[in-house]
Write a protein that binds this ligand. Structure first.
Ligand code: FAD
Ligand code: FES
Ligand code: FES
Length: 585
């Protein structure tokens, strides 16, 4: 997959045919051998790869600092790219000189990035402000200097200017003369606004600040299309509402709000969002669509009760309030019932008797379900089939579900759970897996992966290292707790809205537990309020519980765990104790 591009690299017009998902940094360093732009993290964190990107807007060129390591080359078409080599034609410029004077460059690896970011700042201001300059280099990391010498050099630069303009910067040799020619040169490059051929797109890219961190190699094998070629960044005010197109960058939004004195209380959020080069690329839609639990604008827009308009750039397809994107915010139909789970209070024991009559007789309770009510197989284990949905004869941990109460309200369901009584015959509690192994008290037989001659291989080894590694347990601590909503449909199907990382697992397990074909179970996932692996198979139980309730009650059933119940009932990343033996020949 290659596409043709024309852009200006420093003072040269470049025509090239290249994979559009190649990041600009690789092109600059590998194809053009301009090695002043450095690669350090390749994740947008260090600023060593910073370059300037000039875009013609009306008659002016607007320069922005960007992280070239996350910038697909397709996005530089018809633009001006400035690397450190393009700033320093014959002699040290004012900024470089100031860095040298103050010892602000030691190993020097970070220095090109700092100088580019500072130049980007100077090109966008009319008066030097030290705090703003510091903000402009907030995305640049230096390991050597401790930053004080860099701050001193900023003070020197401050004293060099009363006012700043492109002309003044050229006269002071901060930027070279050729910058004057760039508007004319760019005029000769047609600005391509491809409106066709999006059909076979594998991946739409906006700023690329998420995509190129997560899957840079993968993107090289895909057909990418730029969202900026479909929808332009645009902000307008209609009827006191701020309408922001998804391709608006965080920086453009900040600029608009500041310039137009829009009364939106976003406080310091803009400056806390990543760094200036990331804000120059990152878009609002990318922030929402990436489904990251730490996406700043998603939660901010949620607090502002913003509405998202999904459109294909020509027609509006759907409008939805942002707060309806999460499972617990899903607007549930009237008459929805609520489920609560009654669990074991002991770690190990036989169930001698179970009395659910107290719960069943509570006003507002619709149904109390136990293991014998399960129409299919009482098994929700993910990879290994070792977990029943509801304990029937024996319990294996505190918090293991025993009964499910479905009631008109969440409060009634919880209250009714308290009226269930169970008599246990306690068994020995073993919390140490090595002890359980010794006593042959394993829930499942061990799973062994082996390849080749394991016992015979050691005699060919020169060195053998053996030991034990202990790793502690870890709570996943996703912000949104586990939960689901299940809605019965007209022909016996059940639709489940689950906060799961594994919708197929939810579908398979529900089908098995309810003895329904898989095509009768539909699983939808809205946005997850975090998961960190804790909603891979751990989310299945609660989705199946909601579906189990909906199956019996023929009404929508919602089950969302409180934080306490989530910590109490779910498994988490358990501790490991691993023996290892490594042989080297
Ligand atoms: C160093 C660094 C620091 C960061 N710091 C923060 C931070 O402080 N706060 C924060 O919230 N985020 C942060 N991020 C994450 C990221 O910058 C944001 O989530 C950003 O808003 C993503 O937007 P993008 O345009 O770059 O998305 P892309 O990477 O281009 O796309 C992300 C996803 O959104 C989809 N998408 C993009 N635009 C649209 C659209 N218009 N319509 C439909 N789908 C679309 C893409 O197809 C893709 O699936 C940081 C990232 C980096 C690399
Ligand atoms: S290499 Fe670190 S930000 Fe690009
Ligand atoms: S001078 Fe060495 S990292 Fe900054």
């Amino acid at each position: 997959m290659e596409s043709e591009l024309t852009f200006i690299l420093n003072d040269q017009v470049v025509h090239t045919k290249t994979n559009p998902a190649t990041v600009l940094l690789d092109y600059i360093r590998k194809n053009k051998r301009l090695t002043g732009t450095k690669e350090v993290c390749k994740e947008g964190d260090c600023g060593a790869c910073a370059v300037l990107l000039g875009t013609k807007v009306n008659d002016k060129i607007i320069y922005k600092t960007i992280n070239s390591c996350l910038f697909p080359i397709q996005k530089v078409n018809s633009k001006h790219v400035v690397t450190i080599e393009g700033l320093n034609k014959e002699e040290l410029n004012l900024l470089q000189y100031s860095f040298v004077e103050e010892g602000a460059s030691q190993c020097g690896f970070c220095t090109p990035g700092f100088l580019i970011s500072l130049t980007g700042y100077l090109l966008n201001t009319t008066k030097f402000d030290e705090n703003e300059a510091i903000n402009a280099i907030a995305g640049n990391i230096c390991r050597c200097t401790g930053y004080h010498s860099i701050l001193r050099s900023l003070k020197n630069i401050n004293s060099s200017f009363n006012a700043i303009s492109t002309e003044i910067l050229i006269n002071n040799k901060v930027i070279p003369e050729y910058f004057k020619e760039i508007p004319n040169l760019l005029d000769k490059i047609p600005i391509e606004k491809t409106q066709s051929n999006f059909e076979n797109t594998d991946q739409f890219v906006s700023g690329g600040t998420d995509l190129f961190v997560q899957q840079p190699e993968n993107l090289l094998t895909k057909k990418i299309s730029l969202i900026e070629q479909i929808v332009e960044p645009q902000i307008k005010v209609i009827d006191n509402n701020l309408i922001i197109s998804g391709s608006t960058t965080i920086e453009e939004l900040e600029f608009y709000i500041t310039e137009n004195k829009i009364n939106v209380k976003l406080g310091k959020l803009f400056k806390l969002f990543a760094s200036s080069p990331i804000r120059n690329s990152a878009t609002l839609a990318g922030n929402i669509i990436n489904a990251s639990p730490i996406a700043d604008f998603t939660i901010t827009l949620l607090a502002l009760n913003a509405k998202i308009i999904f459109s294909n750039a020509y027609t509006v397809e759907r409008e939805i309030y942002l707060n309806q994107l999460y499972k617990d915010d899903f607007v549930i139909p009237e008459g929805t019932l609520y489920a609560s789970v009654f669990t074991s209070s002991i770690a190990h024991g036989k169930i001698v008797s179970l009395d659910i009559s107290g719960a069943r007789n509570t006003q507002g309770v619709i149904k109390v379900l136990i293991a014998s009510d399960i129409p299919g197989i009482n098994q929700v284990g993910g990879i290994i089939q070792d977990e029943s949905l509801l304990a029937e004869k024996e319990v294996h941990f505190i918090g293991e579900p025993i009964a499910l109460v479905i009631a008109e309200t969440e409060e009634i369901a919880k209250l009714a759970c308290k009226k269930i009584t169970v008599e246990f015959s306690p068994l020995k509690v073993i919390t140490e897996p090595r002890e359980a192994y010794k006593m042959d008290s394993l829930i499942m037989p061990p799973k062994i992966f082996e390849s080749g001659d394991i016992s015979g291989a050691w005699e060919h080894c020169n060195t053998i290292v053996e030991g034990v590694v202990e790793s502690g347990g870890q709570e996943h601590l996703y912000l949104e707790t586990q939960g689901a909503v299940a809605l019965p449909k007209e022909a016996g199907e059940i639709k489940i809205i689950s906060s799961t990382q594994s919708p197929t697992a939810v579908q398979k397990v529900t089908s098995k537990v309810l003895n329904l074909p898989m095509n009768k179970i539909e699983v939808d996932v809205l946005r997850l309020g975090g998961a960190f692996g804790g909603k891979e198979d751990q989310a299945t139980h609660w989705a199946v519980f909601a579906a189990f309730g909906a199956y019996y009650c023929k009404k929508p059933v919602k089950l969302v765990l409180s934080r306490h119940d989530d910590l109490y009932m779910t498994g988490k990343r358990h501790p490991y104790s691993s023996d290892f033996k490594i042989g080297l020949d």
